[in-house]
Ligand binder design. Structure first.
Ligand code: GRF
Length: 211
């Protein structure tokens, strides 16, 4: 049997996407990878409780304790390198990684963004702001995107996308929840499994998925 890939999930908040990954690993939808580490940028992230409840090793790298981005990213790299991590998943990780970090794990960092990239993405589009922007624009469809991370914020090659309908009377909070349930929690574990099973290859901006 093939050896499972080691996954690190980087979080800053509630960790519902982490939970989706944990659930997928439990019921074998994520069967080619193992969540080896949950690394949080904040000691108060509820995601840490989810990891502890499921016996997953945790580590806090409190970004407030580092003078700058470069020192912080070096500390993150040390934590990841020492655990032989194959895939890094950014699941609500509220920190922009530097080029050294991104190049070290080229095409091995996956982010989940709560919109259909290239809409409502890039600098300043995070959290509830993404859904406010979609509602303000009046689009009828939004969704989520799982993509590889490059130095361009939300600009890396797209792995999977799923569309979600906007309904009359939606608030940003209602829409956020629907996008999570119908899109993020489905495509993120699937993207992780495809990566860990060796089924993804990147050609320019295009991600090819093999059978
Ligand atoms: C999600 O909406 C995700 O798309 C974005 O940050 C949010 C994280 O939520 N990148 P959670 O911590 O997984 O609940």
């Amino acid at each position: 049997m093939d050896v499972k890939k080691n996954i690190a999930v980087l979080v800053s908040g509630g960790g519902t996407n982490l939970q989706a990954l944990i659930d997928a690993e439990k019921d074998d939808r994520l069967k080619s990878g193992k969540i080896k580490l949950v690394l949080s940028s904040s000691p108060d992230a509820y995601a840490l409780t989810r990891a502890n409840d499921n016996g997953i090793e945790t580590c806090v790298a409190d970004k407030k304790k580092y003078p700058g981005r470069s020192e912080y990213c070096t500390a993150l790299l040390n934590e990841l390198d020492s655990r032989s991590i194959d895939l890094i998943i950014l699941a609500g990780f509220m920190y922009i990684l530097d080029s050294e970090f991104i190049n070290r794990y080229k095409n091995a960092i996956i982010n989940i963004h709560p919109a259909l990239i290239p809409s409502f993405c890039g600098d300043g589009f995070y959290g509830i702001r993404v859904h406010e922007a979609a509602l303000n624009y009046g689009v009828k469809l939004t969704g989520a995107t799982a993509h590889f991370v490059t130095e361009v914020t939300d600009g890396g090659p797209i792995i999977l996308q799923k569309a979600v309908e906007i309904k009359e009377g939606d608030t940003p909070q209602i829409l956020q929840r629907r996008v999570m349930e119908q899109a993020e929690w489905q495509i993120l574990p699937l993207a992780a499994e495809l990566f860990c099973a060796g089924k993804l290859s990147v050609e320019g901006r295009t991600v090819k998925i093999s059978e």
